[in-house]
Design a protein around this ligand. Structure first.
Ligand SMILES: C[S@@+](CC[C@H](N)C(=O)[O-])C[C@H]1O[C@@H](n2cnc3c(N)ncnc32)[C@H](O)[C@@H]1O
Length: 197
C-alpha cells in the first residue's frame, strides 16, 4: 500500500465549488492530483490511499481520505462533484464515509501525519532538494507515506509542525514538477520497483 498526502492551504472548504475550478482555491490542481494518484487506462489503482487536507475558507480544516474500491462511484469526469458532495456532508467531531472508500472529517494536517506515523509508516516529504527516490530501500517503499503540496507547496509554518515526524526528504528529479506530475513520476517509479522492471 502506498500513501499520498496532499496539502493545500487555499483549497476551498465548501461544497459550492465554482465552475472555474481555479477560483475554488486551485481545485483544478487537486483534481489532477487525484486522477494521477488513482487512474490508469481502464482501471483504478486499488493499492493506493490518498489523504487531502484543505485549509482554505470557509470551514477549514477538512481531511478527505480516498481508498477506492469496486463500489466507489468515481468518474474521471466528475471528481469535483464527488469532492463537493463530501464537503457538504462534513461534520465536526466525526469521520463520515460519504461514498464507499471516501471519508471526510475535520482534522488538521499535523494530526493526519501524526496518525500515519503512529501506524509505523515511513514519512517522506517530496522536495526538490531531497535524496534521490532511486535510493529508497525496499522496506521504505513498502510502508511509505509521500507528502506534497499544491502550486504553492507546503507553507513553512505548516512544515514546522510536522518536521519532527519526517524520516527523509525525497526528490523525484532535477526540475520542479506540477503536483500531479510528481505523483505520476513517483507512481511509475514504484510500479517499476515493485514489479522488478
Ligand atoms: C508545483 S510544486 C510546488 C512549487 C512551490 N512553489 C514550492 O516551491 O514548493 C508542487 C509539489 O510537488 C512536489 N515536487 C515538485 N517537484 C518535485 C521534485 N523534483 N522532487 C520532489 N517533489 C517535487 C513538491 O512536494 C511540491 O510541494
Amino acid at each position: 500500500m502506498r500513501t499520498f498526502v496532499f496539502y493545500s492551504e487555499k483549497a476551498k472548504t465548501t461544497g459550492k465549488i465554482k465552475d472555474d475550478l481555479m477560483q475554488s482555491g486551485r481545485m483544478d490542481i487537486v483534481i489532477h492530483s487525484i486522477i494521477a494518484t488513482f487512474f490508469l487506462s481502464h482501471k483504478l489503482r486499488k493499492d493506493v490511499e490518498m489523504h487531502l487536507v484543505f485549509d482554505g475558507p470557509p470551514n477549514p480544516p477538512q481531511h478527505l481520505i480516498f481508498r477506492f474500491n469496486e463500489e466507489t462511484p468515481i468518474s474521471k469526469k466528475d471528481v469535483a462533484g464527488l469532492i463537493s458532495k463530501m464537503l457538504y456532508k462534513s461534520e465536526k467531531g466525526k469521520i463520515k464515509e460519504i461514498f464507499p472508500g471516501c471519508f471526510i472529517e475535520k482534522k488538521h494536517f499535523e494530526a493526519v501525519i501524526s496518525e500515519l506515523k503512529e501506524k509505523n509508516k515511513k514519512i517522506f516529504l517530496l522536495d526538490l532538494d531531497g535524496e534521490k527516490m532511486e535510493n529508497l530501500k525496499e522496506d521504505e517503499i513498502n510502508n511509505s507515506v509521500f507528502i506534497l503540496g499544491d502550486d504553492d507547496g507546503i507553507p513553512k509554518s505548516k512544515l514546522k509542525t510536522i518536521k519532527h515526524m519526517i524520516d527523509k526528504k525525497i526528490s523525484i528529479g532535477p526540475e520542479m514538477y506540477f503536483s500531479s506530475q510528481t505523483i505520476i513520476i513517483l507512481n511509475n517509479f514504484l510500479d517499476k520497483y515493485l514489479n522488478n522492471v
